[in-house]
Design a protein around this ligand. Structure first.
Ligand code: SDX
Length: 355
């Protein structure tokens, strides 16, 4: 048995390749650094969905359909009950969408991710939701629905860089969950809700918020070593570090750090984070000399989403707003395989006493 399935190849995919030994991530043939530096969310959707649906419009037309879908799903916001945290709001909202295997379902899920996350954040602040502007790009409208103002180009570019950087990452826990659900022919909405539920966990996508908690707790460079020793001494895991696959630095860390650096007023925060990062890496190397624990995607995600003015309980839902592109693409790939995912188990329980 292989707990964690770390040595099990459960699918062949054309979507992404995670090279853990060399710290490389390729998405549909593109190094992730190139996606982060040049692609918008709509480009990422088009890139991942190619060949996954009978028809796929060009990027411009796809962007227009995502914009129109943002306007369509907005009506669901009023139907979502109060008192939900952001990720639960998104999960309930997605569950209201028509659950089929069509391109429209994938478009609605992608559009609704931004609409519901923005509305949830505003509702938590006691503010009314802002209706989408279908004519804006997805990232620009996401930020506008959050803040009420059209973002400047650097802000929209930074959110685009984040959403495409995290859009797909091999057979991570949430994508595998999405593939399992898709393999039963339950539909893309069910697959995305399963993915979101897996992503919520702090060992997977729930880490960026706690990264910021750590940075704020440390407070000043001179406190870093003592704080880290205390956390490790209590057997705590340091969020933003370590990875099941990467044995070297996660290539997305520097792609996202570059995106943060392009935003005004972030240099001091980056310098402080780099100091903490160096201290953590040194302590982890000492404590686990046999286990390469490096910076993963979440560490600089925290700085980027903070710089965009997002509250930390929105970090994981925003992660899902990018990863939904991968979940829907993998779900369609699994459906194309046509096999129900059903591994075996070894029974270790009591056996019936012979009569
Ligand atoms: C993501 O799979 C993906 O692709 C995921 C992802 C994606 O894009 O989908 O890349 C996104 O999930 C990034 C990871 C976000 N999570 C965190 O940053 C949480 C902190 N990291 C860890 O919990 C951990 O590193 C995991 C869960 C990410 C990976 O854990 P593994 O591969 O199961 O490693 P392990 O638990 O076997 O750890 C080996 C040892 C353990 O010590 P012992 O229990 O054997 O004494 O290293 C320790 C761990 O306790 N360890 C850490 C640590 N990570 C591992 N100790 C302190 N801090 C850490 N961050």
């Amino acid at each position: 048995m292989d707990t964690g399935l770390e040595n099990v190849v459960a699918a062949e995919t054309v979507l992404s390749d995670v090279d853990g030994q060399n710290g490389r991530l390729v998405i549909r043939g593109w190094p992730v650094e190139m996606l982060a530096a040049s692609m918008a969310f709509e480009d990422g959707a088009h890139l991942l969905w190619q060949g996954m649906f009978d028809t796929l419009p060009d990027v411009r037309a796809l962007g227009a359909r995502i914009g129109a879908a943002r306007a369509d799903v907005f009506a669901h916001v009023a139907e979502i009950p109060d008192g939900l945290d952001v990720i639960s709001f998104l999960r309930v909202g997605w569950a209201m969408l028509p659950d089929d295997e069509s391109l429209d379902a994938a478009i609605r899920l992608s559009a609704a991710g931004a609409v519901f996350t923005a509305a949830a954040i505003r509702r938590a602040r006691g503010e009314a939701p802002i209706a989408p502007d279908p004519d804006l790009s997805h990232a620009a409208d996401f930020l506008r629905m959050l803040t009420g103002r059209v973002p400047d180009q650097a802000e929209a570019r930074a959110l685009d860089a984040y959403l495409v950087t995290v859009c797909d990452h091999g057979l991570n826990a949430s994508t595998f969950a999405a593939r399992v659900v898709a393999s039963t022919r339950a539909g893309l909405v069910s697959a995305a809700v399963a993915g979101l539920s897996a992503l919520k966990g702090p060992l997977h996508g729930g880490a960026p918020g706690p990264v910021l908690d750590m940075i704020d707790d440390i407070g000043a460079p001179e406190n870093a070593e003592a704080w880290i020793d205390g956390a490790l001494g209590r057997g705590e895991r340091l969020m933003g570090f370590g990875h099941r696959v990467y044995r070297v630095r996660d290539p997305r860390a520097d792609a996202l750090k570059a995106a943060v650096a392009r935003l005004p007023g972030t240099s001091g925060r980056i310098r402080f984070a780099e100091h903490i990062e160096r201290a953590v890496l040194g302590r982890l190397a000492k404590k686990y000399p046999q286990r390469k624990l490096e910076t993963n995607v979440e560490f600089y995600t925290a700085l980027l989403l903070e710089a965009l003015g997002l509250a930390r309980d929105a970090f994981t839902p925003v992660f899902a707003c990018g990863r939904v592109l991968g979940w829907t693409a993998h779900a369609r790939e699994q459906i194309g395989e046509g096999r129900l995912v059903r591994p075996r188990s070894v029974y270790r329980g009591p056996v019936p006493v012979p009569a």
